[in-house]
Design a protein around this ligand. Structure first.
Ligand code: PBG
Length: 330
């Protein structure tokens, strides 16, 4: 601890007296470059559907993405994350729509890359849950989520996304060993420049509820995801997960959810010095927005929470508020 003086010679309040002075000594800041914007995709033409459990967040049809992406680029947001709401009729037990060259994610990547080139990066989840009839992230057999068999499909899903022009592949299912396998196959197929963002630390959380509503997997989800997502009592396990994924080739890692796991963000950053992304998930968004809409707390609470991620050491924050930066960062 560095002690620089004592009262009355030292008065900490001197630095806080005026706005300019507070700005001068501020240790962390937020700007558009600190955010990743999630976008939910849906079928159809000229669609913009509000998600019931996430007021202010919408699903867009692919022809209707210009407004939200133009805003993101204007705000210097570096990357989009695409999530499909797959038509129920296309879902099956093996999530085969994930490998359809003409699925929502494929079509969106092609369209966005054609129009915006490299003005903004695209990240895509690699997992089967938006595509399976049972809502799980992997293949389901006799009540078990299969690990190795699922990886074979995840590799194909990654290769398809890479081929369509995705910049950052983000395996999000918490299966063992998939980062290494995906890296190997990407490289073998000439995609050695594509980055991997591993959802290395993803807890089995109640805060994903509204997201499952957004991608339409909620009503179909059988049971829970506790056999693959992490137990929220654990810290050491998170560090082991990150260490493994770095060894397997992850370029960046994610901690998810965000605020309830702020301690984990800091631990990961301090231990590994690797780019860390925090995901402020759907339930966190809804909780906060409801409190703001009901005038229980004010708008600045969003800024305050987002700043906590920066303080903890996150390089960027994936948040549904990324489409509201004009209101948040003034
Ligand atoms: C899918 C996935 C989930 C989220 C991102 N990717 C849900 C889940 O694991 O059930 C949650 C994001 C959010 O809640 O905002 N593997």
């Amino acid at each position: 601890m560095i002690i620089t003086g004592k009262y009355p010679n030292l008065r900490m309040r001197r630095a806080r007296k005026e706005g300019w002075s507070r700005r001068l000594v501020r240790e962390n800041t937020l700007s558009g470059s600190d955010f990743v914007l999630p976008i939910f995709l849906t079928d159809g033409i000229n669609k913009k559907q509000e998600i019931k459990s996430m007021k202010g967040v919408y699903r867009y049809s692919i022809d209707n993405l210009s407004g939200i992406i133009d805003r993101a680029i204007k705000n210097k947001i570096p990357m989009l994350a695409l999530f499909p709401n797959t038509n129920k009729k296309l879902k099956d037990i093996n999530g085969s729509e994930a490998l359809n060259e003409d699925n929502l994610v494929s079509k969106a990547i092609i369209k966005i890359k054609k129009k915006y080139k490299n003005k903004i990066g695209i990240m895509c989840d690699v997992a089967l849950d938006p595509y399976t009839s049972h809502g799980h992230d992997g293949l389901l057999k006799k009540n078990e989520i299969l690990n190795d068999e699922t990886i074979k499909i995840l590799i194909k899903q990654s290769l398809l996304q890479a081929q369509m022009g995705c910049d950052v592949i983000a395996p999000s299912d918490m299966m063992d060993g998939r980062i290494g396998e995906i890296r190997k196959e990407l490289d073998k197929n000439g995609h050695e420049k594509i980055q991997i963002l591993s959802y290395a630390v993803k807890y089995s959380s109640s805060f994903y509820g509204p997201f499952r509503d957004a991608v339409g997997s909620k009503s179909s989800l059988k049971g829970n995801k506790k056999t693959y997502q992490m137990d929220y009592g654990n810290v050491n396990e998170a560090l082991r997960e990150v260490a493994l994924d770095i060894k397997e080739g992850a370029d960046m890692v994610m901690v998810k959810p965000g605020l309830p796991y702020i301690d984990i963000i800091k631990e990961v950053k301090n231990n590994f010095k690797i780019p860390v992304l925090a995901y402020q998930v759907s339930g966190e968004y809804s909780l906060l927005s409801n409190a703001i809409n009901n005038k229980i707390i004010n708008n600045e609470s969003v800024y305050e929470i987002l700043m906590s991620f920066k303080r903890a050491g996150a390089n960027a924050i994936i948040t549904y508020y990324a489409d509201y930066l004009d209101k948040i960062i003034k």
